[in-house]
Write a protein that binds this ligand. Structure first.
Ligand code: ADP
Length: 480
């Protein structure tokens, strides 16, 4: 029980609610304080207005009818107007009391004290405190035409009673208000933080089970809020991790599966060479075969690793400004000899300069693979054309051939690792070239697309972003 409370105390929900409640309490007190002081000021103003008007009225009466009539007026008013009684005093100019009256409901005021003070200045308020210290008798003074003094006043008792009542009501209300605020705040904060709890639960389940697919489905609250964005990003991150793990697993399975055949072949060759009756010449031949097989295995492994690294974004690219023109020309030179042997025309249409940012070694690999395929699959007397240009601030390279093309049913598979088309099996290859091309281009922020009609040859279009349209040289095409 205690550990639960302790845990709750450390949560952001609890702290937020505490802050919320503290702000609520402070705001309540500020509002109450302000209300109290406004009410106090307004009541006191009313009391003083009443006293001033009483003074004016009594002074007029005095001037008109003299002392006795004024005293009678005071007595009558205090006797009949019970809800608004007032204190009154008439004194000589030297402050000696002639007449004084204090309503019976205001006991405990020493009105004789007023006589013992020097004559009061008109316009000032004299406060006489009750003996028990609770209320105050507020009096104002008027100098009559004959120099005598007329004083009237009211006790603050009524006012204090109203204010005290208000305070008692507010004190009764504030407790439940703060409690309600705390409970409501806790409820709202818990509701608001539900996605965070879901995230924690999902992360914990991943940590505990090690399975990315074991995550709970995360509810998406309040569109556009930061929490909704966090949840969406978290979901996307999990999806990405899951697909990367699946990709790695698939690559591993493929490697295991595809290495089995060449390794078995390698083992078979070595075993056969060791059988009795083999002369040195046969043994050398077997060793040469083993060497060839192991080279193929090494190439396959390196390519598979490269693809995985490029796809997962862990490949280290030595990025620098690269002019694609010499890269394409060098790659074409590599295949010119093989093309000539098949009487395949290799033509290039390149601008003077086409600069992108990337790893020159990797980009060379990309175009070499595309040209390798084009020359490989184009039959005797065909044609392979390579064209490069700048289009809308992007470098576009097209490698096109007049070979058999790619059947529509094979088109979706050509980018898969180790996939080889049916008719391609007669040609050497590992089925990794296009996967590598696509992965490398993705790592460079580029794309590659294939197009082909039956018997119409294949056309591969590579698009790479350029650093900026400015600075790119005049794209006049030169034939080579
Ligand atoms: P491979 O080692 O088989 O060439 P790739 O990954 O480079 O592997 O290509 C995958 C498949 O795509 C090939 O087996 C082939 O069927 C098809 N392909 C690729 N390029 C061409 C092309 N220029 N013409 C016809 N088919 C092609």
């Amino acid at each position: 029980m205690f550990s639960r409370i302790n845990r709750l105390r450390k949560t952001a929900v609890f702290r937020l609610t505490l802050w919320y409640s503290a702000v609520l309490v402070l705001s309540c007190f500020a509002v109450l304080g302000l209300t109290y002081s406004l009410l106090f000021t307004s009541l006191r103003r009313d009391d003083r207005t009443f006293i001033r008007s009483k003074l004016g009225h009594l002074a007029a009466r005095y001037d008109e009818a003299g002392l006795q009539a004024t005293v009678k007026e005071i007595e009558d008013e205090n006797a009949f107007a019970e809800d608004e009684p007032y204190f009154a005093r008439l004194a000589e100019a030297d402050n000696r009391t002639l007449y004084v009256t204090l309503p019976a409901r205001w006991p405990g005021f020493d009105v004789d004290l007023l006589e013992r003070q020097p004559p009061p200045t008109p316009g000032t308020w004299i406060n006489l405190t009750q003996r028990n210290g609770r209320d105050v008798l507020e009096t104002a003074t008027h100098v009559l035409a004959d120099g005598r003094l007329l004083q009237a006043g009211q006790s603050s008792g009524e006012r204090n009673h109203v204010l005290g009542h208000m305070l008692r009501v507010l004190a009764t209300v504030i407790g439940p208000l703060v409690l309600g605020g705390f409970v409501g705040g806790l409820f709202l904060a818990r509701r608001h933080f539900r996605p965070v709890r879901d995230l924690i639960r999902a992360a914990k389940s991943i940590v505990d089970t090690g399975r990315v697919d074991a995550r709970v489905s995360l509810p998406v609250h309040r569109p556009g809020s930061e929490l909704e964005q966090l949840v969406t990003l978290f979901n996307r991150m999990l999806e990405r991790i899951e697909s990367l793990i699946a990709g790695m697993r698939e690559a591993l399975d493929n490697v295991a599966h595809d290495l089995r055949t060449p390794l078995t072949r390698l083992r078979g060759t070595a075993e056969a060479a060791l059988l009795p009756g083999h002369d040195l010449g046969a043994a050398r031949e077997a060793l040469a075969e083993c060497l060839e097989e192991s080279d193929e295995i090494l190439t396959m492994l390196t390519t598979l690793m490269d693809i995985s690294e490029a796809e997962t974004g862990t490949m280290k690219l030595a990025r620098e400004p690269v002019d694609l023109v010499p890269v394409l020309a060098d790659a074409a030179d590599l295949y010119r000899f093989v093309a000539e042997e098949k009487a395949v025309t290799l033509s290039l249409a390149l601008p003077p300069e086409l600069v992108v940012v990337g790893d020159p070694h990797r980009l060379r690999q990309v175009f070499a693979n595309l040209m390798d395929n084009a020359v490989k699959y184009t039959p005797w007397g065909g044609r392979v054309s390579i064209a490069a240009s700048e289009q809308e601030g992007q470098a576009v390279v097209v490698v096109e051939d007049t070979g058999p093309g790619i059947p529509p049913e094979e088109m979706p598979h050509i980018w898969q690792r180790l996939y080889r088309g049916d008719k391609s099996r007669s040609q050497p290859g590992l089925g990794l070239g296009l996967s590598l091309v696509r992965a490398m281009l993705q790592a460079h922020g580029g794309t590659v697309e294939a197009a082909s009609g039956p018997g119409a040859g294949a056309r591969f279009t590579v698009v790479l972003p350029m650093p900026s349209a400015a600075g790119v040289a005049d794209p006049n095409i030169s034939q080579m």
